[in-house]
Design a protein around this ligand. Sequence first.
Ligand code: TYM
Length: 336
Amino acid sequence: MAKGRILSGIQPTGNLHLGNYLGAIRNWVGMQKDYECFFCIVDLHAITADFINPADLTRATREVAAGYIASGIDPAHPALFVQSHVPAHAELAWVLNCVARLGWLNRMTQFKDKAGKNRENASAGLYVYPNLMAADILVYKATHVPVGEDQKQHIELARDIAQKFNHDYGTELFVQPEPVIQGPGTRVMSLRDGAKKMSKSDPSDFSRINMIDSADAIAQKLKKATTDPNALPESVEGLEGRPEAGNLLNIYAALTDRKLPEVVAETAGWGWGQFKTRLTETAVGVLGPINAEMARLMADPAELDRILAKGAEKARGVANPVLAEVYKTVGFLPST
Ligand code: TYM
């Protein structure tokens, strides 16, 4: 018996990077045996920020799918699908737009970060983005949402929306989803600046390791990664005030499925050269095979599309009845 139902997703914008892998995908791979899983590629979310060339969006959508499968998501078991192939997400999002309060959305730090100073020029879609994310989760009555730390506030919002809907309509229809934020890779930082999150939108490609980077590119980026003048610490407490050292050690721990204290003990007193060599070998050892498998999968887009079509069918089978339940609860006149 499954321990619950998972829904999670990644935006097909730019390249998948090590933060997406360690904060999200690697955890999904570990959870897929125990949970009923829905993993989507959130293309509707991808058009909320900067304009994306349509051909790039199509390619990135397949690339994220390839990244999931190459990392070990079994396409035969979880529903692996594209968000826009399941219209119930967007339809439920409209209802949730009418449940969420402006005051709640105004508190979303990701909107503030992404809209920046030019708030007036941000799209309306970017503003209501968290309501669509809530719809992604609630339309499956998902119990668990494995994500990186940056998504926690959005899941809390989804919980508030679920609660308000249930309260307003006197129902138990929506399930309260639990965020699952676990392991040392929940907040991977930029390789250039330990105070900034690793992100697809950072203009410097040296700030991140992409899942499609070659072994040479990974080695070069880690060689240039910002460090500090001290040797590696003897204890976790020694990482205080050393964000770059903390970040690289957390990456090493996440890539080797160990806890931070264990890798700190292994590397105590090492110089940066020695550590970076070890980290490069480890990163290349993990990402190399994924990278090769992604390239193989991308060479056969028809096969990827077939997997995604099957996943969407499975997802619609669960989402459509939940949407129908919502429409009925709200009092929309049935169309038949
Ligand atoms: P997105 O596309 O920005 O990121 C996808 C996943 O990767 C995690 N992540 C990170 N984890 C650790 N360190 C980092 N530097 C890092 N950068 C990204 C994110 O936490 C996320 O788990 N709004 C979501 C996509 C979304 C979604 C959903 C997620 C849409 N609907 C429903 C879960 C459930 C987003 O923009 O993620």
